[in-house]
Write a protein that binds this ligand. Structure first.
Ligand SMILES: [Zn+2]
Length: 353
């Protein structure tokens, strides 16, 4: 078994904050330092060469996750889009999860990074680098006052929607097989959100956005187009994956795609079943690289938010993925780009130096 811990991996998406929120909130933060159930914590990150990434604040819908994953083991499925969540209900959850992130920093488990220089410094110091990210903008009001406040608090990335409607746009429902063209484009508030994020240099994450919304952002935004955790639709025709036409737009904007480890978006059959070989992840990487180029692909694990392949169930398994990349014939410089360099590149382009 390879013990290769380099190049360090900087990752496009994890749901650690949701995990700790469900495990007791701020008081659960210390378990992240010493070891907690799930895919990401400090000991497993050290064991696997995981340097950090986007830490998502996510307001859960009141649906049973187990039931949802069970439905997604069928040959075809069409999950119903959960109801919208009001700002008044979402904001306290956003505050609670953000408080967990601050507590994690306070106890020395990670560093909240506001610039790429912060990320590089944390990586050099061996401290986990965290980007404060919001997945689904339910916690942002139509006047965008919350956005301004959270930006001051360190927010540097936001997905206007999770797979659910917001006042800004519509998320793509979990469907297989299906294209992503389901529902309408950005609302008037969504247009203002995109413009304000551009002004504040907050990265916009398009991973859960439906296709109409994707093209609205493509037209409006002056930043590179980024999907932090999505895969190739041509290999796995899931509504959550990106078509070649979308990938062409990402390439054109000099943006970025992070490979999602969630098995339902990796497997040809779209099933949420974990017996997926690492070679299937390489098939997606090959296609993404072919479509958007070597400088615009990275990783977006979805750790602690999805069922992932059995060889990489936690950060500690990441050396196996590096080894698979090398075995597949990826050279040293490409592996470094995929592991972290491309994320730093696109963030520098989005946030400024
Ligand atoms: Zn997601």
């Amino acid at each position: 078994m390879s013990q290769q811990l380099h190049p360090l991996i900087f990752d496009g998406h994890n749901d650690v904050l949701l995990k700790l929120y469900r495990a007791g909130g701020v008081s659960a933060a210390k378990s992240f330092l010493t070891g907690c159930p799930g895919a990401v914590d400090v000991p497993s990150a050290k064991a696997g060469g995981f340097a950090g990434g986007f830490f998502a604040v996510y307001v859960p819908s009141p649906t049973d996750l187990t039931l949802k994953f069970e439905e997604m083991t069928k040959p075809e499925y069409q999950l119903v889009l959960p109801d919208a969540i009001d700002w008044a209900d979402a904001a306290p959850v956003v505050m609670a999860q953000t408080a967990i992130l601050f507590e994690m920093e306070r106890i020395g488990a990670l560093k909240i990074c506001r610039t790429v220089a912060d990320i590089r410094a944390a990586m050099a110091a061996g401290v986990m680098a965290a980007i404060y990210h919001i997945e689904g903008a339910e916690g942002i009001d139509a006047d965008l006052h919350t956005l301004d406040v959270l930006h001051q608090a360190g927010l540097r990335s936001i997905g206007p929607v999770w797979s659910r409607p917001t006042i800004f746009g519509e998320g793509v429902p979990f469907r297989y097989p299906s294209g992503p063209d389901i529902g309408g484009g950005l609302t008037e508030a969504g247009v203002r959100l995109v413009k304000r994020c551009n002004e504040l240099k907050i990265m916009l994450d398009l991973s859960h956005l439906n296709e109409a919304g994707f093209w609205d952002v493509a037209q409006l935004s002056d930043a590179p187009l980024v999907a932090t955790h999505s895969n190739a639709h041509v290999i796995c025709p899931h509504s959550r994956n990106l078509t070649d036409k979308q990938l062409a737009a990402i390439r054109e904007s000099d943006g970025m795609v992070g490979l999602n480890f969630a098995v339902a978006f990796l497997r040809d059959d779209g099933k949420m079943l974990a017996d997926v070989p690492l070679t299937q992840m390489l098939r997606h990487l090959d296609h993404l690289i072919e479509q958007v180029g070597e400088d615009r692909v990275g990783l977006g694990s979805d750790y602690d938010g999805a069922v992932v392949p059995e060889d990489v169930t936690s950060c500690a398994g990441l050396p196996a993925l590096r080894a698979a990349m090398v075995e597949h014939g990826y050279g040293e410089s490409l592996v470094a780009k995929l592991c972290h360099e491309n994320w730093l590149r696109v963030l520098e382009k989005t946030w400024g130096a």
